[in-house]
Ligand binder design. Structure first.
Ligand SMILES: CC(C)(COP(=O)([O-])OP(=O)([O-])OC[C@H]1O[C@@H](n2cnc3c(N)ncnc32)[C@H](O)[C@@H]1OP(=O)([O-])[O-])[C@@H](O)C(=O)NCCC(=O)NCCSC(=O)C[C@@](C)(O)CC(=O)[O-]
Length: 664
């Protein structure tokens, strides 16, 4: 919290904690006030050297909020496509295309996007419209609290550039210098020290205005004129940039010649004195080494990487250079590693495909091209076979959720997408009654829980008007929400959560209390309670049961976004689909599998697993085991029927008919 002021909006949250803070109000939503974090020191005008040093530290702490993952696994990606990528493209790209590119990247979840450059149009005619781009993306740069914390750094290599950047209300500027003398002379027409002096003059003016400064050092491995760069030369520039107040320095392999071995040697050298959280990796992909370099740098502690959507860019100094490392390639890698980048790969891939088409150039991302090809093949693929495709019949639409049925399967869908499918009081009560009544219905074997819209469920509805601090109301809330989770947990049917978007707090609980979770790559789980001063009290037992103690504890304490790949690896997500259509196919295939399962036997299995988890080696467990064993072969039981069918060589028992006949 060091560099933030906690700003409370509306009323103060009641200090009595969960019971009082969370209570249904008269609107039947959960009353809770919104809090936002605001960076401290922004807008300070103090330029005294000591104050400046303090500002540097402050800025580092401020920016380390999402960047320094010391000990953390998450990665921050700085998208450089709109600036570094486009500047190497000869044909002029229209301003609206640039603006749309930035908007699409932001919508894909990228929080740091290098928007443009304030350099002489003579140097880089492609980015001569920098001021206009900044004007048009203003709704993004002036996002409201709660929209998330986005940054749009711009290149401002000299005081004139800074002046123009400030006129465009830039909040962050990028300065740079080369580690190699020869490259500095060829590229900037000055020595390294002269380039650093220029950079420092920008930092000195920017920092007192509350403008963040990021440094980039180019040619970390080699330059095209004098060969390999010495680690000492890189370290010299890194330290100078940090000393002048850069909150981090990005290490640029301008030619894209470095291998993971070079990356390791350089980082081991730099990390002796410089913490990893102050460094970022900016690898070009000329020799196809960039992803491997990122992986090695990640293993050595770096958590910020620059990359460019669709691999936009190139390098005028490296003949045949493919350009920048493609953002899709590292997001794909980190997704598969279970490392959170905050980026929606599907949306990013769409953006990469779109901009490649706009520019009339091949998609420079390997992962992006593969996923686009796969998606195209997917649309041509035959539809799900008729035998497995269920037609849902609407049973009842309750407004905020609806109930449908297909044979022995009931599907409950949350239909409150405009509010993130947050659970109101009537929803809690209605769903509880629904699960309790379905528990009595022998003809329902499986219950699917799904959701419409962007989110699976954002937990209890927090949009209430007035806070209810009445203890009896709080107790009422506790009882009602607990009862919902109990009803789902005690459901004799096999319960399946189909998660096609982010879940928060109680929404995490809702997906976790189900027996089975099928999820798409859009699924995420955030136990946001701790960030609101709360605890996931009611849902904690399901989290721990399904995720395991250590994993659940860390996720609860950090309130971080848990990625679908992490839960899949843990075995807490049982089926993983690429997108929504794939997820539907997965669900129907899974329901086909469940058709073979006898429903009463399945409910006994659930009881046996539960007691094995909660009360292993207890007398209760022994009793349950012997009771179930005895019941299994009673006359008229599923067991008797199943074995008789086996003896008749029936391969798949028709349990729907069995129970329909048994009903009579
Ligand atoms: C989900 C993000 C990050 C999306 O953040 P975003 O992508 O910026 O979208 P947004 O914030 O604009 O959300 C879209 C709409 O959904 C609404 N919305 C969204 N969530 C809720 C909610 N819970 N209650 C009521 N409304 C909600 C939100 O207010 C907005 O409505 P609009 O402003 O357009 O009218 C953001 O909206 C957010 O942070 N929501 C709050 C999530 C949260 O922290 N929930 C905690 C609930 S407490 C709880 O569940 C307690 C429990 C049960 O776990 C305790 C226990 O176990 O004992």
């Amino acid at each position: 919290m060091a560099a933030y002021h906690l700003v409370q909006h509306h009323h103060q949250m009641h200090p009595a904690g969960l019971h009082r803070a969370l209570a249904f109000n008269s609107n039947n939503t959960l009353a809770l006030k919104r809090t936002v974090l605001r960076p401290a020191g922004s807008g300070s005008r103090n330029s005294h050297p000591r104050a400046l040093r303090w500002q540097h530290q402050c800025q580092r702490r401020q920016y380390s909020r999402s960047t320094s993952f010391s000990g953390g696994r998450d990665v921050r990606i700085l998208e450089v496509g709109p600036r570094d990528g486009l500047q190497n493209i000869k044909t002029l790209v229209p301003t609206p295309t640039k603006v749309e590119l930035i908007e699409r990247l932001a919508a894909a979840g990228l929080r740091d996007i290098e928007a443009t450059s304030f350099v002489s149009p003579k140097w880089v005619p492609q980015l001569a419209d920098g001021a206009e781009v900044m004007r048009q993306i203003r709704p993004l740069t002036h996002a409201q609290p709660g929209d998330g914390d986005r940054r749009f750094p711009v290149l401002a290599p000299n005081p004139k550039g800074l002046e123009n950047a400030m006129k465009s209300d830039a909040k962050e500027v990028v300065i740079f210098a080369s580690a190699s003398q020869a490259f500095s002379k060829a590229n900037q027409n000055c020595t390294v020290d002269e380039a650093l002096a220029q950079a420092e003059s920008v930092a000195r003016k920017a920092l007192p205005q509350g403008i963040a400064v990021r440094g980039v050092v180019s040619c970390i491995f080699a330059d095209p004129y004098s060969g390999p760069t010495k680690p000492q030369e890189v370290e010299y520039v890194v330290k100078r940039l940090l000393d002048m107040g850069c909150y981090e320095v990005s290490l640029g392999d301008t030619l894209g010649v470095g291998t993971p071995y070079d990356t390791q040697l350089l980082l081991e050298y730099l990390l002796r004195d410089t913490p990893a959280r102050l460094l970022a990796g900016h690898f070009h992909d000329t020799y196809g080494q960039a992803v491997a370099n990122v992986a090695r740098a990640y293993d050595l502690g770096l958590r910020t990487f620059d990359s460019s959507v669709a691999g936009l860019g190139g390098c005028p100094y490296a003949v045949g250079a493919k350009g920048n490392l493609a953002t899709e390639d590292i997001v794909y890698m980190f997704d598969r590693m279970g490392v959170n980048t905050g980026v929606d790969l599907d949306k990013l891939v769409e953006t990469g495909d779109w901009i490649s088409q706009q520019l009339g150039r091949p998609n420079g991302s390997r992962a992006g091209s593969a996923l686009v090809a796969k998606a195209k093949a997917g649309t041509k693929a035959p539809p799900t076979p008729a035998s497995t495709k269920r037609t849902w019949t609407l049973v009842q639409d309750y407004g905020d959720y609806k109930v449908e049925r297909a044979g022995p399967v009931v599907q409950v869908t949350l239909t409150r997408p405009a509010n993130g499918n947050a659970l109101t009081g009537p929803m809690v009560d209605g769903l509880t009654a629904l699960y309790r009544s379905l528990a009595q219905d022998r003809t329902v074997f499986h219950i699917v829980l799904a959701a419409e819209g962007r989110f699976f469920c954002t937990g209890m509805d927090l949009s209430g008007g007035t806070e209810t601090s009445d203890t009896s109301a709080a107790d009422g809330y506790f009882a009602r929400v607990s009862e919902l989770f109990r009803a789902i947990d005690e459901s004799p049917q096999t319960t399946i959560a189909v998660v096609d978007g982010p879940c928060y707090a109680g929404g995490v609980g809702l997906s976790t209390v189900c027996d089975v979770r099928l999820a798409s790559s859009r699924a995420r789980w955030t136990l946001s309670e701790v960030k609101l001063g709360l605890a996931p009290a009611i849902i904690s037992k399901f989290m721990v049961r399904e995720w395991g103690v250590s994993f659940a504890r860390e996720a609860i304490l950090s309130g971080r976004e848990v990625h679908v790949a992490e839960l899949h690896r843990l075995g807490a997500v049982h089926g993983l689909a690429d997108g929504s259509d794939d997820l539907q196919r997965l669900l129907h295939g899974y329901l086909d599998q469940l058709r073979k399962a006898a429903p009463v036997a399945a409910s006994w299995c659930k009881d046996l697993v539960k007691v094995a988890w909660a009360l292993p080696t207890s007398a209760k467990q022994e009793q349950l085991i012997s009771d179930k064993f005895a019941d299994m072969m009673l006359p008229g039981s599923e067991g008797r029927h199943g074995i008789a069918q086996f003896q008749k060589k029936v391969k798949v028992v028709d349990w729907v008919s069995f129970w329909n006949e048994n009903k009579k």
